[in-house]
Design a protein around this ligand. Structure first.
Ligand code: ADP
Length: 500
């Protein structure tokens, strides 16, 4: 490549490898986004419930977006001071050390092929040990049973593992290994804590868990802090250090500057992901939330409680593509505002069961309160409100488990631009909502880790650059709020236990 660039400027690059696409985001020294390049990932569905991706394609796309960003913004590689990686979590790759080739496609976190083996493990009474030491539940979502599936189903895989020929990695590890040309096989605490194999208290791969899941320790990566010099990428002859790694949701928590105990963020996308910083000790949930490592920096581990909503922005997609009562997601704000004072309708979008705190997979969606006066706008408003009610359910659970009262919620993600939804969220939660001016919190978090890991930024630089685009202050009167939430709970009760 030819460069005629301004070499005085300094940049940090975030590699954001998500479920649907690989992106590279370029940040300048003032934490401003100067360039983004993106490539979609092909989804492979070999059977019902199976979801795979081509790990080689993932790496190639990631590198291509990095090259695009450098070229399109005309920057010299020597002005890139560090690279941070953030990634779809739990997705599993196993590859051959010598050839560098994966022995099977990446098995994506959504893949449920191992749910039967998870059920068997649950019957063997391992759940308490697993919860206590990993913070997780036994589920096909996490990496352990996916690793075992590959080892048991790819011919000769067990043998190759025994002979020290194989390596396992989540996507961060796979990218890192390739970026460093096979020199570094490592991950960070946040990604390790989603495998079901990592002990979040001792901070080591757990021997008992490796026995339970039948996985050899020699294929596992080294585990480091999230801001750490993992290795180097040689790019057009220039050495660029890779100094940050974190799983996507933890990166978003960090990108939202949730650095103090009790700080909480919610990402409103297809689903919602809520994480609360619970400080230096793991807090366990009685409400079906997960306990996870938020990050490790400077010898200190911070833990988080995590909960997710299955159907959030996707309920808006249902209005558009299923019911066809809107043309675009953006319309919902204006339409909801038209019937602002009317709270007669409740939509429970339990399309595929209810997650935390209800955990009822047999629940199905329902609409309550239909009268002669019900119009399309009521459906739209009630659908937006269902996202806020589900968020309140999770926040309640988090408050109960952590004994911390939420004072404000930081938000990002595609649906967080909806002002009606955000105001209703503030009203129903009775807490302030802060919408950050950079909605790219995941990439931002990766850049922050890389900036800290490389010494280019300090926590002070980061805090100075946090800007809030809009705040939403609760306005609803207490009586109204309590009454609405009570009715929501009633609606939930009527949807549970549906058997079809
Ligand atoms: P993901 O990362 O999960 O793909 P995004 O953060 O890109 O999700 O957000 C997309 C989701 O947000 C979609 O489900 C879409 O329906 C919803 N969405 C986008 N814009 C709006 C809006 N103005 N109001 C409500 N929902 C919206």
């Amino acid at each position: 490549m030819k460069y005629k660039a301004n070499q005085l400027k300094k940049y940090i690059i975030a590699l954001d490898q998500g479920t649907t696409s690989s992106r590279t985001v370029l940040f300048d020294d003032d934490v401003k986004i100067c360039g983004i390049s993106q490539k979609e990932t092909k989804q492979i569905y070999p059977k019902h419930g199976w979801v795979e991706q081509d790990a080689v394609e993932i790496y190639n796309n990631q590198i291509q977006t990095l090259k695009n960003v450098v070229q399109e913004n005309n920057i010299h590689p020597s002005s890139i001071k560090a690279i941070g990686i953030t990634n779809q979590r739990e997705t599993t790759v196993i590859w051959n050390k010598k050839t560098g080739k994966p022995i099977y496609n990446a098995i994506v976190w959504q893949d449920i092929r191992t749910s039967e083996s998870c059920k068997r493990l649950k019957r063997q009474d391992h759940e308490d040990y697993i919860k206590e030491n990993t913070g997780l539940i036994i589920d096909s979502y996490f990496s352990a049973t996916k690793i075992k599936w590959i080892l048991d189903n790819v011919p000769n895989a067990r043998k190759q593992a025994e002979n020290n020929e194989l390596l396992f990695g989540t996507i961060d590890t796979w990218l890192l290994w390739n970026l460093t040309e096979g020199k570094v096989h490592a991950t960070d605490y946040t990604n390790a804590s989603r495998t079901l194999l990592f002990n979040i208290k001792t901070l080591e791969w757990d021997k008992k868990l490796l026995d339970i899941f039948d996985i050899p320790i020699n294929i596992l990566p080294e585990v480091k802090e999230s801001a750490h010099h993992f290795g180097d990428l040689i790019f057009d002859g220039v050495t660029i250090p890779i100094t940050g790694i974190a799983g996507d949701q933890q990166a978003a928590l960090f990108g939202q500057a949730c650095y103090n105990k009790g700080d909480t963020k919610s990402t409103y996308g297809t689903g919602c992901f809520l994480l609360m910083n619970t400080g230096g000790k793991p807090q366990y949930s009685k409400n079906g939330l997960l306990t996870t490592i938020a990050w490790g920096i400077n010898g200190k581990i911070t833990y988080a409680l995590e909960g997710s909503i299955f159907v959030a922005g996707s309920a808006v997609q249902w209005l558009r593509d299923g019911l066809k009562i809107i043309k675009s997601a953006e319309e919902t704000e204006e339409l909801a505002n038209k019937v602002k004072e009317d709270y007669s309708l409740f939509v429970v979008p339990a399309f595929s069961g209810l997650g935390a705190p209800y955990w009822d997979m047999d629940a199905r969606g329902a609409v309550f309160g239909i009268t002669h006066k019900t119009r399309k706008a009521h459906f739209i408003k009630a659908t937006l409100e269902s996202i806020a009610y589900q968020t309140k359910d999770l926040i309640h659970a988090m408050e109960e488990d952590s004994k911390i009262k939420l004072t404000y919620l930081k938000v990002d993600g595609g649906a967080s631009i909806n002002n009606y939804l955000m105001q209703f969220q503030a009203d129903i939660l009775n807490s302030k909502i802060e919408r950050s001016s950079i909605l790219e919190s995941t990439a931002l978090g990766a850049a922050y880790f890389a900036g800290l890991g490389s010494g280019m930024w300090t926590k002070k630089t980061i805090l100075k650059n946090i800007t809030i685009e809009k705040e939403f202050i609760p306005e609803m009167e207490v009586k109204k709020r309590d009454q609405l939430y009570k009715t929501w709970k009633k609606a939930i009760n009527r949807t549970t236990g549906w058997e079809d």
